[in-house]
Design a protein around this ligand. Structure first.
Ligand code: SF4
Length: 308
């Protein structure tokens, strides 16, 4: 059972993406109200060697030998990857074993640190986030570690843009009734104009979020906001459902059997079936979208159960 590598999973942005999850579950600099992994349990800005690079690289190599070539190897998953003190070394070593492009998905909070920007230089694509236009909205939506300042975070992404000559796709996650207003979007746009990413990708809630008050934005509305950002902005479209099902078929019966017995949290299912949480979430969301399972909130946690 691979501990750090999952998939390939179908990704809306990256095609078939081989995921590499290098930090412990919900170890993050943020605690976003829309996080699909639930509330952050270890909010930190302290960099550390959070997983053994040798073993991660070995798992990536073994998986790549067994599967059709994916479109990307993506450092992403259940926390903030730039907290890993050996990220640069990890990227360099993955690049040595494969010519599949390497992407890093990051919330961007630590790009103000020189060593974090340098760690990302080896990747072929970096996908940071910007979900707010000012400090108070940043604190409401992303609930960052107290030491992360909004201006410093934005400046870090802008500095990275100047130094990094490969692709940067900036994700802007909009929330209904919060940031999905023309005034808030225009505030965010002031910063995206300064950063000048290669793409701006608008996203919204599509899965159970950490907080019940994180609401989605309708597709038409999102398209309208997209126009405000101008050229290079797009709404991230969903991946074709039938392709997802091909990828997920193998585990579906196990999950259904477990949920038929009792409602389970994400951790219950992940531990019971020895599945990576990020991969499991895709299974659960897919089953929920088909009406086969449902979820409820209890004491701040999401519980999944079989539809009767
Ligand atoms: S959405 Fe990403 S950045 Fe926000 S809390 Fe979850 S893992 Fe961290």
């Amino acid at each position: 059972m691979a501990a750090f590598v999952y998939g390939p999973v179908p990704s809306r942005r990256l095609g078939r993406s081989l995921g590499v999850d290098i930090v412990p579950f919900k170890t993050c600099t943020y605690d976003c109200i829309y996080c699909q992994l639930g509330r952050t349990t270890n909010k930190t800005v302290q960099g550390a060697s959070l997983s053994p690079v040798d073993r991660v690289v070995r798992e990536v190599e073994e998986r790549l030998q067994r599967i059709p070539r994916p479109d990307y190897v993506t450092i992403s998953g259940s926390g903030e990857g730039t907290l890993h003190a050996d990220l640069g070394d990890l990227v360099a070593r993955i690049k040595r074993i494969t010519d599949v492009p390497v992407a890093i998905v990051t919330n961007g909070s630590l790009l103000f640190r020189t060593e974090v920007r340098e760690a990302c230089f080896g990747a072929d694509l970096v996908i940071p986030s910007l979900d707010a236009g000012d400090d108070s909205m940043f604190r409401y939506v992303n609930r960052p570690h107290e030491s992360v300042a909004f201006d410093q975070m934005v400046q870090g992404i802008a500095d990275f843009r100047k130094e990094y000559n490969k692709e940067i796709w900036l994700e802007v996650f909009l929330l209904g009734g919060v940031t999905a207003t023309t005034a808030e979007v225009l505030k965010i746009k002031e910063h995206t104009d300064r950063i000048q990413p290669d793409k701006i990708q608008l996203n919204t809630v599509a899965r159970p979020a950490a907080e019940e008050f994180a609401f989605p934005v309708g597709r038409d509305e999102l398209e309208q906001f997209c126009k405000l950002f101008g050229k290079g902005a797009e709404v991230i479209a969903s991946f074709a459902p039938h392709r997802q099902m091909e990828e997920f078929k193998a585990r579906r019966d196990d999950i259904m059997a477990l949920l038929a017995r009792r409602p389970c949290s994400l951790d219950d299912v992940a531990n019971g079936l020895m599945l990576n949480r990020s991969q499991l979430l895709k299974h659960l969301n897919d089953l929920a979208s088909q009406g086969l399972i449902k979820y409820t909130y209890r004491d701040g946690h999401v519980y999944y159960m079989r539809e009767s």
